[in-house]
Design a protein around this ligand. Structure first.
Ligand code: GLY
Length: 226
């Protein structure tokens, strides 16, 4: 499992990759951010920090999901990978972005990765700038999709840069990156983002993306397809 978190106020970030049996990898990413001088830990070293921070560990059975297992059986041994969005049921990448009452932005993303990805392959989720990015002056972004494309396009940071250097709105930046630049490279997926005004964007070029947002004093909104 991979996870990352970034704080838009001070640019601090934490990430973990290739961890096993940690119940909440996102809490481990937060522990990297808050309790070490480093940004990115992987494997045994990350799990060592989880034990030191007394995070909860679960056995393999806790993480077993029959739907995912059956999906893997279909593509096992082939070069085919499946995204979270490749099915009606979704048990995969989870992202969150938020603006708090003091105007601070933050983003977090956690995943078990694409089904049938190569052993030890790390996707975009734990890579700050690719799957996750936050800066109080612009936006907080959390991505989901075919990680290789999101890494090569540095998607989350690209959204930030288009706002900071080119003056685009979050909506314009998201449309350009997700529905133009990523599509041209063949990158399937989407992202959730919020700007410094608290306006959310939930954009995707896949068939659907399980998503929701909530603004203070308004009804929560949840959607799946376009
Ligand atoms: N976006 C998740 C992955 O590529 O593994």
């Amino acid at each position: 499992m991979d996870a990352s978190v970034m704080n838009g106020k001070d640019g601090m970030a934490g990430a973990v990759a290739g961890v096993r049996n940690v119940m909440n990898p996102i809490l481990l990413a937060k522990a990297v951010m808050e309790h070490t001088d480093f940004v990115f830990l992987h494997g045994n070293g990350a799990e060592e920090l989880a034990r030191a921070q007394q995070l909860t560990f679960c056995d393999d059975q806790y993480f077993f999901d029959d739907f995912r297992y059956q999906q893997w059986q279909e593509v096992k041994g082939s070069d085919t990978t499946k995204l979270d969005h490749s099915s009606e049921k979704k048990f995969g990448t989870v992202g969150a972005v938020a603006k708090d009452i003091e105007g601070n932005l933050a983003a977090a993303t956690s995943t078990g990765g694409m089904t049938n990805k190569r052993y030890a392959c790390i996707g975009d989720t734990p890579i700050i700038g690719a799957g996750t990015f936050a800066n109080n002056n612009t936006c907080a972004v959390s991505c989901t999709g075919h990680g290789e494309y999101f890494i090569r396009s540095v998607v989350a940071y690209d959204i930030h840069c288009l706002m900071e250097y080119k003056g685009l709105s979050l909506k314009e930046a998201c449309q350009l990156v997700v529905n133009d630049k990523l599509v041209k490279t063949g990158g399937e997926g989407g992202l959730i983002a919020v700007d410094s005004n608290g306006t959310p964007q939930l954009v995707f070029n896949s068939e659907g993306m399980y998503r929701g947002y909530y603004c203070y004093d308004e009804q929560p909104v949840t959607e799946i397809y376009r």
